[in-house]
Design a protein around this ligand. Structure first.
Ligand SMILES: Cc1cc2nc3c(=O)[nH]c(=O)nc-3n(C[C@H](O)[C@H](O)[C@H](O)COP(=O)(O)OP(=O)(O)OC[C@H]3O[C@@H](n4cnc5c(N)ncnc54)[C@H](O)[C@@H]3O)c2cc1C
Length: 455
């Protein structure tokens, strides 16, 4: 390697004892063999790493929480991984409801800390997901109908660009880049070392619920949930999770920013479907609600998994629900599942053009994953997820960049809809040489399209 640019921070090479742990991700299917990891301690370490990678012509990947769901997004064979996970400082401006957050903090740690200080910020269903990756892809959450997506709450950011320069991004400086990182997806424009978020005063108590049914009732439960959840009081965020037949779990749960008595009324249509085995409603502190929604969990999963995701604008017909059942009957991995989350409210009041996150007219979000443990089961699971996507495609629209699917060829349109062309222009301005380039990255506007970026 050439030495005219220097790596700083905690640097881990393949022969170092830390290397094997450094290359582990939540989904072991995404692990690869980079030539070096830089665990940045500050923004300068990140800038030095970008300059070093350019001089030495080493492909760059950026990483924060290690929860990328598809291969090649945050690690690649022979590349450098610039990891922000040691950068976790948070500065609160309580008077103005603003938090400045370094990109390496995990969602659970951040929202628990904010809750203790009396503030509410959107959180997903996993405590260990990194703020670095989730925020710029959108960040769908149980409270998105009240607080918007995580990306809707980004006010500013500090970004190291493709030249290793540090950019301040806000309403006044590099505002096109602010637009782009509000939904444009991780890894595309630069390494975000800190975000500034709008936060809200936390309610004293919130309602939570959980309903569990016998697995076989999934068709009627999905149908009632999909008709009820998009129109329900927008203070209620609700999910439905249906695991594989082998697993047998069929469950809905939700968080209501209001009293439990009102919540009980709201979920009546759900309780009346099928014959629930468990119905649980409670009123708890925000901290307890976070524990309920996103319990502490291990950083690494022990199963391989492959994913796809989409949005639903019109109620799914019976044939769509049949495709879901068929997937769940055939997916043998115990963690394989379908997951649904209602949209609407604040999330859909932002126009599709106001930020890079395009999908604003949806009723709900849907994702499915197949999990496995033995290498010989890999292809069968990839095929199963893909066949299901093809079956559902006539009834769904787009896909969620944070839950990417490498089988999607026209990914620009699917992830970003009509915003893809504008994202390519922003990319052209900040990264014309396409330094931040990976399997489904946004190509610069004048870059000659290959098979991957057909739009
Ligand atoms: C168990 C689990 C639960 C999840 N739950 C939710 C959920 O409730 N809501 C939701 O919206 N999503 C959810 N996701 C998806 C999640 O948002 C994405 O996987 C996200 O990209 C993870 O970010 P990360 O920083 O943890 O991952 P990483 O693997 O570190 O990075 C993922 C992507 O973000 C990019 N990236 C990471 N750090 C930076 C940075 N500092 N600057 C620029 N780009 C960066 C990477 O290059 C890569 O493309 C979940 C994922 C898992 C595995």
């Amino acid at each position: 390697m050439k030495h005219d640019a220097k790596l700083t921070g905690m640097v881990v090479y393949p022969n170092d004892p830390e290397y094997q742990v450094a290359r582990m991700n939540w989904n072991p299917f995404t692990n690869s063999f980079p030539v070096v990891f830089v665990f940045a301690q500050n923004t300068e370490d990140v800038a030095n790493a970008v300059k070093w990678a350019r001089v030495n012509k080493v492909p760059i990947r950026m990483r924060s929480g290690r929860h990328a769901l598809a291969k090649d997004f945050s690690q690649t064979d022979g590349g450098i991984v610039i990891d922000t996970s040691h950068m976790r400082n948070v500065t609160l401006d309580k008077r103005n409801g603003i938090a400045k957050v370094q990109a390496g903090i995990r969602v659970g740690q951040l929202v628990r800390m904010l809750a203790k200080e009396g503030f509410l910020a959107p959180f997903g269903d996993s405590s260990t997901v990194g703020i670095g990756g989730i925020s710029t892809g959108g960040g769908i959450t149980a409270i998105q109908r009240t607080a918007g997506l995580i990306s809707d709450n980004i006010l500013a950011a500090t970004i190291v660009d493709a030249y290793g320069d540090v950019l301040q991004v806000n309403e006044y400086e590099n505002s096109d880049l602010l637009w782009a990182i509000r939904g444009g997806g991780g890894g595309n424009f630069g390494i975000i070392t800190s975000y500034t978020f709008r936060i809200r005063t936390a309610p004293c108590k919130v309602g939570i619920y959980q309903v569990i049914w016998p697995w076989n009732q999934l068709d009627e439960v999905i149908d009632v949930w999909q008709r009820w959840s998009p129109g329900v009081d927008e203070r209620l965020g609700t999910i439905l999770e249906v695991y594989s037949k082998t697993n047998g779990l069929l469950r809905s749960q939700g968080i209501f920013l209001g009293p439990a008595a009102e919540l009980e009324e709201l979920i009546t249509p759900l309780i009346e479907v099928g014959s629930p085995i468990k119905v649980f409603v409670d009123e708890v502190t925000l901290s307890d609600a976070i524990d309920f929604w996103a319990p502490n969990e291990p950083l690494f999963d022990d199963q391989y998994s492959t994913w796809s995701s989409t949005w639903v604008e019109k109620t799914l017909p019976e044939v769509g629900i049949k495709a879901i059942r068929s997937f769940l009957e055939n997916a043998t991995g115990s963690e394989s599942n379908f997951f649904f989350l209602n949209s609407g409210g604040a999330m859909n009041r932002v126009s599709s053009q106001d930020t890079a996150f395009f999908w604003r007219k949806t009723k709900y979000y849907m994702e499915w994953d197949a999990s496995w443990t033995k290498d010989c089961e890999t292809q069968i699971n990839i095929n199963l997820v893909e066949q299901t996507r093809i079956k559902l495609q006539p009834y769904t629209i787009g896909s969620y960049v944070n839950v990417p699917d490498l089988n999607i060829r026209n990914y620009g349109q699917e992830y970003y809809g009509e915003n893809f062309a504008r994202l390519r222009k922003v990319k052209e301005k900040y990264d014309p040489e396409n330094v931040f380039n990976f399997v489904q990255s946004i190509p610069p506007a004048h870059h000659v399209c290959d098979h991957r970026d057909n739009n």
